[in-house]
Write a protein that binds this ligand. Structure first.
Ligand code: ATP
Length: 246
């Protein structure tokens, strides 16, 4: 994915201006910035849902909307109704609909891909359970499995670690590491700076425009964070740089 001076707007209202950078195969990039910085907006533009008004976004060599079939998206778990009467296995199988089409029934290969994806996120033993009976963190892992089942070349995750406990966080990170080892490019929007330090190759620091794009050690500096977070208090923690959000 290549961002070249990309500006994104909702109608006439600019949301994000002049963002540049690259996400290569097998690499993980964190989108970091305060509330309203434009992280979700950038993800929507990469999905082709919000227009790029100047500059460009190229996804797997194509315009965002054309690349959509090869791009996976993991929304926040609380966007899916937990009362929806489906099993965990059925949710993951939904990830195969693009391959299956809406007319054909899923075949053995689709079920195998779904089972493997559920195994990857460490929830194979919950396959028959109702989705709504899982915890928030487990549901987040199921949504990741749904995206993995489609075998995307680029995977976008919108704040996947919100409200997720250490066990689910470790399972999510292990699943993501397996994907990147297989060559998938990953983009994660997150508020967790320590995690970006730990698990991401590069950071895109945003707040309406781009403050930095590069390795965590060069981008998550007190100076750049203070600039992007508008002077909010910044502390250096033992695991990296932590922002004390006001
Ligand atoms: N559909 C929309 N129409 C108009 N403006 C929007 C729309 N969605 C978001 N915005 C605006 O775009 C800006 C960026 O929002 P966005 O949701 O991308 O931020 P974010 O970095 O993901 O924030 P958060 O960390 O709170 O999730 C905000 O000012 C928001 O009000």
């Amino acid at each position: 994915m290549v961002l070249a001076d990309a500006s994104i707007a909702y109608g006439r209202i600019p949301a994000l201006e002049r963002v540049s950078g690259r996400v290569l195969a097998g690499r993980t990039v964190a989108l970091i910035g305060p509330n309203g910085a434009g992280k979700s907006t950038l993800i929507k533009a990469v999905l082709g849902l919000v227009p790029v008004v100047s500059g460009s976004i190229t996804v797997l060599g194509q315009a965002p909307a054309r690349a959509r079939r090869e791009v996976g998206y993991v929304p926040q778990a609380d966007t899916l109704d937990p009362d929806f009467p489906v099993s965990v296995a059925q949710v993951v199988l939904m990830g195969r609909y693009r391959q299956v089409g809406w007319v054909r029934r899923p075949g053995a290969a689709d079920r195998a891909a779904a089972a493997e994806a559920l195994e990857t996120v460490g929830l194979a033993h919950r396959a028959r359970d109702r989705f709504g009976t899982l915890s928030g963190g487990q549901r987040q892992r199921v949504l990741l499995a749904r995206a993995i089942a489609a075998r995307p070349r680029l995977l976008l995750l919108d704040e996947p670690f919100n409200g997720v406990d250490a066990v689910s966080q470790d399972a999510l990170l292990a699943a993501l590491a397996k994907l990147t080892a297989a060559g998938t490019a990953v983009v994660i929007s997150t508020h967790d700076l320590a995690l970006a330090h730990l698990a991401c190759d590069e950071v895109c620091l945003l707040n309406r425009h781009q403050f930095a794009f590069g390795p965590p050690a060069a981008t998550l500096t007190p100076e750049l964070l203070r600039a992007a977070y508008g002077g909010a208090a910044v502390e250096l923690g033992s695991h990296g740089v932590i922002v004390a959000r006001s």
